[in-house]
Design a protein around this ligand. Structure first.
Ligand code: SAM
Length: 130
């Protein structure tokens, strides 16, 4: 059985577009099995941190195992990303450098509704950006 939850897509492009500060704090708001998160952490310095969020407890378990080598530089939380602002406040993370969402757009979710949800989310999370 594969130990990979999901093969990270466009990992190189994600790293190039997302990472601006090797000592920074980044959020993977759809952490899944931790593939992108591991790639992000491998590029950060020992003071760089990653907050991983997923609504699926099985994903959180798998990411916990995968990201074990990064110790306390990783915080994983079960939850939905539209509550990200509250989750960051609860763990006292007040400044972040970037957020990764791996989202699938489909016929079941009208694009307009998705864009409105993301706008609401951005409004809540923006105060956490440096
Ligand atoms: C394609 S996977 C992400 C894979 C991940 N980037 C990796 O490298 O392993 C998408 C993940 O998003 C999670 N997800 C979907 N909707 C979510 C939501 N509203 N809040 C948090 N996580 C969500 C799913 O449970 C799933 O684990």
């Amino acid at each position: 059985m594969s130990t990979e939850f999901h093969t990270p897509v466009m990992a190189q492009e994600v790293l190039e577009g997302l990472l601006t500060d090797g000592d920074g704090t980044y959020v993977d708001a759809t952490v899944g099995g931790g593939g992108h998160a591991a790639a992000i952490l491998s590029r950060l310095s020992i003071t760089g941190r990653l907050i991983g969020l997923d609504r699926d407890p099985a994903a959180i378990r798998m990411a916990t195992e995968k990201l074990l080598p990064y110790g306390n530089r990783v915080v994983l939380k079960e939850g939905v990303f539209w509550r990200l602002g509250e989750i960051l406040d609860a763990i006292e993370v007040h400044r972040i450098d970037g957020i990764l969402f791996e989202l699938n757009f489909g016929a079941a979710i009208p694009a307009e509704m998705m864009m409105r949800s993301l706008q609401l989310l951005c409004d809540k999370v923006m105060p956490h950006f440096k």
